[in-house]
Design a protein around this ligand. Structure first.
Ligand SMILES: NC(=O)c1ccc[n+]([C@@H]2O[C@H](COP(=O)([O-])OP(=O)(O)OC[C@H]3O[C@@H](n4cnc5c(N)ncnc54)[C@H](O)[C@@H]3O)[C@@H](O)[C@H]2O)c1
Ligand SMILES: CC(C)=CCC/C(C)=C/C=C/C(C)=C/C=C/C(C)=C/C=C/C=C(C)/C=C/C=C(C)/C=C/C=C(\C)CCC=C(C)C
Length: 625
């Protein structure tokens, strides 16, 4: 065994990849033949984990080398090698620390359903407080929408490649902080331009990392609005500075919240003032030029997939300022590294992760969530359940309730599912990109009215501009996505579905060829198209939704639910919780959720009386939205 461990390349070792043997031998607990044995090397610890996986691919158990040896009376680790010597294939899969996972009932402090960034942050924050946490993920790797996949030498980010919250100062660098809490730090590549806008009427704006350079560019285009531009963006800074001066924890935990009001009343009152406001209304106080207001809409659309009048001011300020404060930074090796590092850190802090663990039901007893049931039929119990599935999936699919609780009905009235995406992951010949091409682009050629229309606005990221290691030499990655609704992709025959994917992708490529990269179509060397169905299937998100969007004009963030739910013992985390969509936003949701859960299971201070008062007050606030 140690031979295997020592022979691993440093890259494999550091990312804790596993060597999987498809062995023809039988092994642990008398499994049938053809069991796949994964040997998880942990070279930095000079140990390894052996995990048995059934032929139906669900993980059954994992043993450390020592416990495996004890179990089988093996004294010489070479016997393990001998057992696997009839290996038929050698593949690599991401590491899991799966520990004993049997049919007996196990007690955990918390079960977290889903290892998206929201679930991972909630799980890690609970683990560092000493909670015994089981994280169950349906897919093969952590990250959800912030995961990655590899094809033909390319490493593609599943979702966005624009990473906020990775800075090294202040308190809103939530990704840096979540990683640091589990002893991890990413190698980051600073992005000099957050996004290059290519908008109607040939409006071209680059959002430079340097704030004054950005404001200079915008005021150069709209000189008559110089004052308005400075006032609007200045007001965003007021909100951001207030956020950045607080310790960010659960707004549902009164001892913390009152403590923050006591320590920093101005910042808290500032945030309370902006909580029910939208960016579009504030922009209209200062700006009159319709084209500039449409540009502000596009700035907000990136954050929320809706215009500025429906984007909460706090959320808009957060991203509009963090891109200049902490800056946009790309994780070396891809966005997937964030989730992988959180998962590894979680394991090191004593947490347990199971991949391919599809939670089918949240188990209830006496109106309280007490555990989960997997697709395999296995039931696992815990003091609390935290769901990183969307609130629609959680309340309509995972819970067996006759009626959705009234609070969730109000949420569903105020918020609807955002559209999903059509995404194209492409490899292209490097020479098709002009020199100094920016990493991220937003393209809307002819009419501002199409900003929110399906396939209207094109998002384009070229992460290889920052990290060439993501593609084979002489190639770039183009990750193109545009909003699309599920309805448009249903009821098609398999052949029509494939043909439609090609046709829609071709049109989008033609548009990019015309606007940005002449000769693009002929430069394509790899192409994979995903639809809302793909997002639904791989991300387990109802209708493949990108997250919640307000049904009407919202009162800022007032109507957005936090992490507690109407069901005792059940918490939600992720983008259908306050403050909404975005990797940094769901990281905050994870921090808040873990704090509230920790208080409820006795790992943080709490006051039952104040809890009751605050939770009722917040629930009343939401009725005002
Ligand atoms: N294409 C995109 O760019 C895209 C699409 C959607 C969301 N997003 C963004 O991604 C972030 C969402 O993060 P998040 O943490 O809320 O969620 P997420 O959707 O990224 O992760 C949720 C995870 O839960 C798992 N899961 C769901 N149901 C499960 C079940 N029943 N059993 C086991 N596992 C289950 C999913 O497989 C997934 O890994 C937000 O930033 C959002 O804005 C991006
Ligand atoms: C409690 C009560 C009621 C009151 C009191 C007062 C107070 C104290 C308050 C407080 C508050 C707070 C703290 C808040 C916080 C918030 C936060 C943190 C927020 C955040 C947010 C964030 C966000 C939203 C983000 C987002 C992002 C995104 C979405 C991104 C995206 C991206 C993409 C899509 C990409 C693009 C691309 C291209 C262009 C290519």
């Amino acid at each position: 065994m140690m031979d295997i461990v020592d022979r691993l390349s440093p890259a494999m070792a550091s990312s804790a990849y596993s060597i999987a043997f498809s062995a023809t031998d039988s092994c642990i607990n008398c499994l049938p033949l053809q069991t796949i044995i994964h040997i998880h090397a942990r070279p930095w610890k000079k140990t390894a984990l052996i995990c048995r996986v059934s032929s139906s691919t669900s993980v059954l158990s994992v043993h450390s080398v020592n416990s495996y040896h004890r179990h089988h009376g093996i004294n010489d680790s070479r016997n393990v090698l001998a057992m696997a010597s009839s290996a038929e294939s050698l593949v690599t899969i991401p590491s899991s620390n799966s520990t004993r996972f049997s049919n007996e009932k196990e007690d955990y402090d918390a079960i977290v359903v889903g290892a998206g960034i929201g679930g991972l942050v909630a799980a890690t924050q609970l683990a560092i407080r000493g909670a015994n946490v089981l994280l169950l993920e349906k897919y093969l790797i952590p990250g959800g929408s912030s995961g990655y996949y590899k094809r033909d030498g390319y490493t593609f980010d599943v979702g966005s490649s624009v990473m906020f919250g990775c800075g090294d100062k202040g308190s809103v660098n939530l990704i840096t902080r979540a990683l640091a809490d589990v002893g991890r730090k990413l190698d980051l590549i600073p992005d000099p331009t957050t996004v290059h806008y290519h908008m109607p009427n040939a409006l071209s704006v680059r959002v430079h990392r340097d704030y004054e350079a950005f404001i200079g560019e915008l005021t150069h285009i709209f000189p008559h609005e110089t004052q308005g531009i400075r006032s609007f963006y200045g007001e965003c800074w007021r909100v951001f500075n207030a956020l950045n001066s607080l310790e960010l924890k659960s707004l549902e935990e009164p001892l913390y919240l009152f403590g923050q009001f006591f320590r920093n009343p101005i910042a808290c009152l500032t945030l309370a003032y902006y909580l029910p406001q939208n960016a579009g209304d504030i922009a209209r106080k200062y700006i009159k030029d319709p084209q500039l207001l449409s540009f502000i809409d596009a700035e907000c659309f990136i954050v929320s997939t809706v215009d500025a009048c429906r984007t909460p001011m706090i959320n808009a300020s957060m991203v509009i300022c963090d891109r200049h404060y902490g800056g946009i930074n790309y994780p070396l090796g891809g966005v997937g590294g964030i989730a992988q590092q959180l998962a590894d850190g979680f394991i090191e802090k004593g947490g347990r992760i199971e991949y391919r663990a599809n939670v089918k039901k949240i188990l209830m007893k006496d109106s309280k969530a007490v555990g989960v049931k997997l697709a395999t039929g296995q039931e696992i119990f815990a003091k609390v359940v935290v769901s990183n599935a969307t609130r629609w999936d959680t309340f309509e699919k995972l819970l067996d309730t006759n009626q959705i609780p009234k609070e969730e009905q109000s949420f569903q009235k105020c918020y609807q599912k955002a559209p999903s995406f059509l995404s194209i992951h492409m490899g292209v010949k490097a020479e098709v990109l002009p020199p100094d091409t920016d990493c991220h682009h937003l393209v809307l050629e002819d009419d501002w009215k199409n900003l929110e229309a399906p396939y209207g606005t094109i998002f384009l990221s070229i992460p290889t501009v920052l990290d060439p290691s993501l593609a084979p030499s002489g190639r770039h990655i183009l990750h193109i996505f545009t909003t699309a609704w599920m309805d448009d992709w249903e009821g098609l025959s398999p052949a029509d579905y494939v043909a439609k994917k090609e046709a829609v992708a071709d049109l989008i490529i033609q548009r990019l060829e015309k606007t940005l990269f002449p000769g693009l179509k002929d430069a394509v060397t790899f192409k994979e198209v995903g639809t809302p169905k793909t997002h639904r299937r791989f991300l387990a998100r109802d209708e493949g939704t990108y997250g919640p969007i307000p049904s009407g004009r919202p009162k800022g963030l007032l109507g957005m639910p936090f992490n507690t739910t109407a069901v005792e013992g059940l918490y939600c985390v992720g983008d259908s919780c306050f403050p909404g969509q975005g990797v940094i936003a769901v990281a905050f949701s994870g921090v808040m959720c873990a704090h509230r859960v920790a208080a409820d299971i006795g790992l943080e201070r709490r006051s039952a009386i104040l809890d009751k008062g605050l939770l009722s007050l917040l629930s009343w606030f939401r009725t005002l939205a």
